[in-house]
Design a protein. Structure first.
Length: 563
């Protein structure tokens, strides 16, 4: 279904690799933490030497051209070098999220018919390992958990590098990206080399990056935004990529990288704000930012503490950004560009323009993108030269992903502003009808709820109830503090006030009956969120749905869920 426009052959992935290998061999490409405070830099000569050696090893296995090779690892330099090696060897990469359940790992490896698996940096390998068939060949990274697989370092030491500069056509399959999915079995989205090159080219026309750009890679490389914004940008620009070591070291990782471009999902932008508010009450910060001279000092101090004082382009995406959150960062001197896209279009569909803040919208289409709304459902539909080649081995699902006249169905519900800016108002299928027959769009209400300082994530739900209700997950700090009865009482009062303020902005049929507070974290492990921090609404319904009517019957504004 892709309508692939042509970019110059030298803009494709392998040609870019050869370019940096030849013209900038000593330039540092990757900075990789190795644990215990040790950091290793890889220049382009080293990146290509190791990639060529791993490629030679893969070819020695005798796999057929186009064989699928899987990667299961958190982000690290070896992840990217694996991908480069797979492409050099003539194969197709299959990245897996490093937090998947074993059954999902098994299904993806079987569905993709992967011939080998790179096992990398992982926190829960023993739980994941049953998903890997014993007969599947594996290769272990230097940062892998203990295993008896052939090791990366041994292969690099014992294998001569692959010679020559093979070329892969732009329309050839480069990767199969299995969507994280909020429901059901992940689908394998197929993308070509041309797709990524043309999508990145459109992005660079709006966000002018260069070889001095620094990025911190920490969101899963199995996700399309990290793949496009980090992997293919480093190939295009020769910039420097720093990798995060762990959640515990994330603040130090940010300080080390001092990124000039920083992308994050709304949940992390919320956490940054909560961290600042814990040290400086919001009212005090507002007062300080109104004082001439002092306001610039305060801004610099806060951004420096976050590791974002050198950031030229801050970007949010993967889920809607609450407008109040965008305004808060703008007041700090860090306006956030909000992007919109999905795996099926390389994450490149719409974006707000640098220097033009339009809270509540995801901006205008990128150059080369056509966008429209379905007149019946309000669904956002789009076309671009970098649409997926289709879902792997799923022709019927591929057909269903497009309208009859060839537009990609995003599944998102939207509104168009008079000047063409797009506002995402929720998922078409997320709309639910209350017992009064009125439809409720949860996303705009959730944007308001999540702005409470104690709330990290939330869901508005209540199909067939008289009124909807909100389920809140507390931030770890707030959850810990809520164990104290006195603090819980204060938090309850604060949430009651917050509910009243939110309800005052809503139409009568949207107003929430109550808030239910869950102090237990929603995680990938308990299957309540995806690896990109999107809440799984269907799982929320499964876990909490049977209790909705009881909660509403209690006629309390705030209810604490005790499991």
């Amino acid at each position: 279904m892709a309508d692939a426009s042509q970019v110059a052959p030298d803009a494709l992935a392998l040609q870019r690799l050869y370019h940096w290998e030849k013209t900038a061999p000593e330039r540092v490409a990757f900075t990789q933490p190795m644990g215990a405070g040790k950091v290793v830099d890889f220049n382009w000569a080293q990146v290509m030497d190791q990639s060529r050696r791993i490629a030679a090893y893969l070819k020695s296995r005798g796999f057929e051209p186009g064989a699928r090779i899987a990667i299961l690892s958190k982000n690290c330099a070896h992840w990217l070098m694996s991908d480069f090696a797979i492409w050099l060897a003539g194969y197709v990469s299959v990245p897996l999220y490093p937090t998947l359940a074993p059954e999902t790992i098994r299904r993806i490896l079987e569905h993709s018919e992967s011939r080998l698996l790179f096992v990398g940096k992982l926190d829960g390998w023993e739980q994941m390992k049953p998903g890997v068939a014993p007969e599947l060949p594996c290769v272990s990274y230097p940062l892998s958990p203990p295993n008896d697989y052939p090791s990366w370092d041994d292969i690099v030491r014992d294998t001569a590098p692959m010679t020559g500069n093979p070329v892969r056509p732009g329309d050839e399959l480069a990767t199969i990206m299995y969507t994280s999915g909020t429901t059901g079995m992940p689908k394998g989205v197929m993308h070509s080399f041309q797709n990524f090159a043309s999508a990145l080219d459109a992005g660079l026309k709006l966000i002018p990056l260069d070889s001095d750009t620094r990025m911190l890679s920490y969101l899963p490389l199995a996700h399309v935004v990290e793949r496009t914004l980090v992997e293919h940008a480093v190939l295009a620009l020769g910039m420097r990529v720093y990798f995060a070591e762990s959640l515990d070291t994330f603040a130090a990782d940010l300080q080390r990288a001092r990124p000039t471009v920083f992308f994050s999902v709304p949940r992390l932008w919320v956490k940054f704000r909560q961290g600042v508010s814990a040290k400086m009450p919001p009212d005090k910060l507002k007062r300080l930012l109104k004082i001439p001279i002092l306001n610039n000092i305060v801004r610099r101090k806060i951004l420096s503490a976050l590791g974002l004082d050198k950031c030229k382009f801050a970007v949010g995406g993967a889920a809607p950004m609450p407008p109040e959150l965008l305004r808060w960062y703008e007041a700090l001197g860090l306006p956030i560009i909000e992007g919109y896209g999905m795996t099926e279009n390389c994450g490149v569909s719409h974006i707000t323009r640098p220097g033009v803040q339009r809270p509540g919208t995801v901006g205008l289409p990128y150059e080369g993108v056509q966008s429209r709304l379905d007149p019946q459902t309000g669904e956002v539909q789009m076309k671009s030269p970098w649409l997926m080649l289709g879902y792997y081995k799923e022709p019927e699902l591929t057909r269903q992903a497009y309208s009859e006249d060839g537009w990609l169905r995003t599944g998102d519900k939207g509104q168009l502003e008079p000047d063409g800016y797009l506002k995402i108002t929720g998922r078409v299928k997320d709309l639910f009808k209350t017992g009064k027959g009125k439809y409720v769009a949860p996303a705009p209400i959730e944007d308001r709820l999540v702005m409470h300082s104690a709330v990290e994530a939330c869901v508005v739900t209540g199909a067939n109830l008289g009124q909807p209700l909100g389920i809140l997950m507390l931030s770890p700090e707030a959850a810990a503090r809520s164990a104290d009865p006195g603090i819980r009482a204060e938090m309850t009062s604060s949430l009651e006030s917050h509910l009243a303020q939110v309800n005052a902005t809503l139409d009568p049929h949207e107003r929430l009956d109550c808030l239910v507070v869950d102090p237990t974290p929603w995680t990938v492990d308990n299957d309540l969120i995806t690896p990109t921090f999107k809440v799984k609404r269907n799982r929320i319904e499964e876990v909490f749905g049977a209790k909705y009517e009881k909660w509403v019957s209690e006629r309390r504004a705030v209810i604490w869920y005790e499991g």
